[in-house]
Design a protein around this ligand. Sequence first.
Ligand code: CP3
Length: 342
Amino acid sequence: MPFLMKYLSGQAMGRFPVWMMRQAGRYLPKYRAIRAKHSFWEMATQPEIAAEVSLLPIQEIPVDAIIFFSDILTMPYGLGLPITMKESVGPITEIPLRTQDQFKIFEGYDPSQHTRFVGEALSLIKKQIPNEMTLLGFAGAPWTVGSYLIEGQSNRNFEQIKSWMHNDPASLACCLETLGDATVRYLEYQHQSGAHMVQLFDTWIGHMPKNFFEDHYSKILNKMFFKLKERGVPAIYFTKHSSHLTPLFSSLPVSGFSVDELVSLTELDKQFPRNVFFQGNLDPVLLLKGTEGQVRLKTRLLVQEARSLQRHVIMNLAHGILPGTPVENARAFVQEARSLWI
Ligand code: CP3
């Protein structure tokens, strides 16, 4: 069993495991060199390239987990939806989904047919990593993926998805449930293809009103995490800037919860059951702008805080590492976290 999984299973490992969200991305010079030759989707859909890019961070930095290179929109892209990646704009859905009928496409989603390249990339990575290394799968959560599909182009007011929510919350919930069911099949397929654990990214959940969560979304997430648990797929729920929902997150049947930089691990400790591990929560801006000394100091403080909890903690950033982050700062975070005992 790899180090991180052994630690989570309760074995005394002496130090905290560590990895970084978005670690396979644009802050690595080698990534940019490969990206200059291929489009984003070429990289994500060619298993050899996806595997090569996924393996880049472990050559530079001694992380304990590897996340496969892809995107939260790969599943809808694999199904045939016209999604393009536009530099510094983000993903664009050329024909936005605005009706319940359009969401029916997800009923026909078959992971090993529409996203076979993901399974192949995971198998290739698994063959090349040491036994100590944990392989992570991931997908976007229905609200976050739904917002890209419904908006068309990223919109900071979430105008389309929110007006749908106001006009007909039950029909939006029905669409998100269909998307959620497909996402569970996708994550299970990743697990079968070699991922030890999966993470569900709900980056834009902070924009969801509490009443929609209570009346509709909590049911969808509960069903998703329950099914994953039932099938033996350990799952982390990633949210950010959504404190208004924390008390509602704490009853989800997740294995782990990813904590952002606006709250402290200590604060959340009181709110979650003991058996849910935490992941987090160094501010990625510190890695982007801070000195190496600052990064090491804040990492030591985070380790100290984690030691004081009666709970498993995976050292990580609060959200994805930012493009332009100096590799030395990323390395300093990981090395410092690994050098300190629990
Ligand atoms: O460690 C890794 O890099 C794993 C791969 C990964 C990517 N995206 C690669 C990517 C993961 C885990 C994601 C998740 C993702 N994608 C999220 C959730 C996590 C988060 O950061 O909040 C979200 C919201 C997206 C949607 C998305 N995809 C955005 C906003 C962008 C940036 C667009 C831009 O150019 O500014 C993308 C594109 C994307 N996904 C890139 C990468 C490396 C950049 C594409 C490029 O190289 O041009």
